[in-house]
Design a binder for this molecule. Structure first.
Ligand code: GYE
Length: 350
């Protein structure tokens, strides 16, 4: 009887240990070729990251790094492409040579991936696309994608602007916008630029110019400075990320103007995207940035879920869009409507 009890306790213990082991990590049990014994092997992931151009990107890298750790059963091979597609193509080829279990690609631009993704498919390595999209002829070239609806982000920001301008009784024909775009050809740029262009046509606003700020503060400042010099009637600067907006704020001050929502009194309104850093949220609170379309960078756990699904032999959704908010420091607009759907505006308290 005593030994029976002991045996039950032992079996329960083994079960608990197995469950704990599974919950803890993704490592695989594989047979050692030489001895035939089973051993634990880490799941290897080759991650080709765009670069480190923005606060969003840094958060995104951190999310991937802190998710795919050895103690959770992963080996993450992290390659920073410094915003160059060629570096990403080289990184993917290296991942294939190293026979990683998964390739995760955050593509800098949408076009030009067919060949290298074909090589990954031939090697039988699943490719998960994260953040921006790829534009390929055959969508079996990648397993799935997870990221944001960038056009919706743009539409929401413009819906906020429209509501704001109406409340301030600003004549649509007096609205003079410049667009500081992101990296040309990236999904985030294409979506946010399209959202703005559509709204400009619908509302009768003027889009004076559009130039890229490459998603960086330095390029954003340069672009804004040039535009403020070229046009003296700009009253809205639409920046396609927060770092460009920080640069634009510097340029507005250097031009002797004031950033803010009171455009009838000559202030220059700044709108942007991401809402990741404290600096951006502080700018919303002090009114120098009027509205931010949230873009969520925390994709690590999302990619991990996809990999866990694949490890279990399941098929993840081909496209997974992340829910996002819209932020403002102005208290009177609490809701906006895009294509018949209303979205609450998150107000950043002073
Ligand atoms: O908004 C910007 C970054 O692709 C969503 O890239 C990303 C964008 C993000 O550099 O800050």
């Amino acid at each position: 009887m005593k030994s029976m009890k002991k045996r039950i306790v032992f079996i329960i213990l083994i079960c608990v240990m197995m469950v704990a082991g599974c919950a803890n990590g993704a490592s695989r049990k594989v047979a050692d070729e030489g001895t035939g014994e089973t051993k634990e092997e880490l799941v290897t992931i080759g991650f080709s990251q765009v670069g480190a151009e923005s606060d969003w990107r840094k958060e995104n890298s951190e999310s991937m790094r802190s998710t795919f750790t050895r103690d959770k059963g992963y080996e993450l091979i992290f390659e920073d492409a410094q915003q160059k597609q060629q570096n990403q193509i080289t990184a993917i080829r290296t991942f294939i040579q190293r026979e990683v279990d998964y390739i995760v690609l955050a593509p800098v631009t949408e076009d030009g991936w067919d060949t290298v993704l074909g090589e990954a498919r031939d090697a039988g390595i699943p490719v998960i696309i994260v953040d921006r999209m790829v534009n390929v002829d055959d969508d079996s070239l990648f397993t799935c994608w997870v990221g944001s609806d960038f056009k919706l982000e743009g539409k929401k920001a413009c819906a906020w602007l429209k509501t704001y301008l109406e409340r301030q009784h600003v004549n649509p024909s007096d609205v003079k916008i410049v667009d500081i775009q992101g990296t040309i050809g990236s999904s985030a740029q294409i979506g946010r630029t399209t959202g703005l262009r559509d709204a400009v046509l619908e509302n009768g606003w003027s889009l004076l110019d559009a130039v890229t700020g490459e998603y960086t503060q330095a390029k954003g400042r340069e672009a804004a400075a040039r535009l403020l010099e070229k046009y003296d009637d700009i009253n809205v600067i639409y920046c396609e990320n927060d770092n460009e907006a920080f640069g634009a704020l510097e340029a507005i001050e250097a031009a002797g103007k004031k950033a803010g929502g009171n455009i009838r009194a000559g202030e220059v309104m700044v709108i942007s995207f991401d809402g990741v850093s404290e600096q951006a949220l502080d700018n919303l609170r002090n009114g120098s940035i009027s509205c931010i379309g949230e873009c969520n960078p925390l994709h690590g756990p999302r990619v991990r879920k996809i990999i866990e699904n694949l490890e279990r032999g399941e098929t993840p959704d081909k496209y997974e869009y992340v829910d996002e908010d819209i932020f403002s420091g102005f208290e009177d607009i609490t809701e906006i409507t895009v294509d018949g759907t209303s979205y609450p505006v998150k107000i950043m308290g002073k």
